[in-house]
Design a protein around this ligand. Structure first.
Ligand code: CAA
Length: 258
């Protein structure tokens, strides 16, 4: 089935999903979120793809959940459908890395979606915010939780209580984004980063992702124990043998992803 609200393309080993509702600043409607889940699954299942990129337009990564779709919903509508989490958390179950390339607005659900990716590279035009308070609600897809873990309580409270936006420089200082690049170079830079990741051993990339994510779910000692088990398991792979042999022999490794 063709997509109506996203674009899915393959650039070598990198799969790129572009949110594509320009007239609504990529507001995250249920159709869009269903298509996003389908697009992510398509790239996850494609053995030729080693890293995913999620992006929007120059003006907006995404301006949040679709307010027009939400405004008349009742408590029972949202409760029974487990709105919004059920549909949105799909991206957090993707095992290949997902890099968010953010230009323009990443607001409300847009900021939450970017934070559900593995890391964020921002254009110098990016603006992050949780403005739900200004429309009579609160973040509904992890904004109060993930933002607090990224930037700490004080800044997260400031953002969630005032609804103000954070520009790219502030977001980098606060640890919300990993790098800021000029807007015109955003996609070239992100594709380069994604290609580098896609050239690594795929099982190692998946294990590293799983292990970093575990840090958000458990205690330090349990996390370190989990990491050590995964680390030990890497010694059962061909790629660990190849990677270390290549270093000793002063050549590039040829990973078999196994
Ligand atoms: N939902 C639905 N439509 C939206 C939208 C959204 N979140 N954001 C923008 N749009 C639509 C506008 O209604 C407008 O459509 P029309 O042309 O049909 O009127 C179009 O996109 C362009 O938007 P603006 O005219 O407002 O553009 P602007 O440049 O003047 O302002 C903006 C840009 C500051 C991002 C402004 O659009 C805005 O404040 N958007 C809403 C941001 C927001 O509150 N997001 C949180 C949503 S709630 C949420 O996300 C819940 C959750 O936690 C999951």
């Amino acid at each position: 089935m063709p997509y109506e609200t996203i674009l899915v393309e393959r650039r070598g080993k990198v799969g790129v999903i572009t949110l594509n509702r320009p007239k609504a600043l990529n507001a995250l409607s249920s159709v869009l979120m269903d298509e996003l889940a389908r697009g992510l699954d398509e790239l996850e299942a494609d053995d030729a793809i080693g890293c995913l990129v999620l992006t929007g337009s120059e003006k907006a990564f995404a301006a949040g959940a679709d307010i027009k779709e939400m405004q008349d919903k009742s408590y029972m509508d949202v409760y029974k459908a487990d709105f919004i989490t059920a549909r949105w958390e799909h991206i957090t179950r993707i095992r290949k890395p997902v890099v968010a390339a953010v230009a323009g607005y990443a607001l409300g659900g847009g900021c939450e979606l970017a934070m559900m990716c593995d890391f964020i590279i921002a254009a110098d035009t990016a603006k992050f915010g949780q403005p739900e308070i200004t429309i009579g609600t609160i973040p509904g897809s992890g904004g109060t939780q993930r933002l607090t873990r990224f930037v700490g309580k004080s800044k997260a409270m400031d953002m969630c209580l005032t609804g103000r936006m954070m520009d790219a420089q502030e977001a980098e200082r606060a640890g919300l984004v990993s790098r800021v690049v000029p807007a015109a170079e955003l996609m070239d830079e992100v594709i380069k980063v994604a290609e580098r990741i896609a050239d690594m051993s795929r099982p190692m990339v998946m294990m590293a992702k799983e292990s970093v994510n575990r840090a958000y779910e458990t205690t330090l000692s349990e996390g370190v124990r989990f990491e050590r088990r995964l680390f030990h398991s890497t010694f059962a792979t061909e790629d660990q043998k190849e990677g270390m042999a290549a270093f000793v022999e002063k050549r590039q490794p040829a990973f078999k992803h196994s």
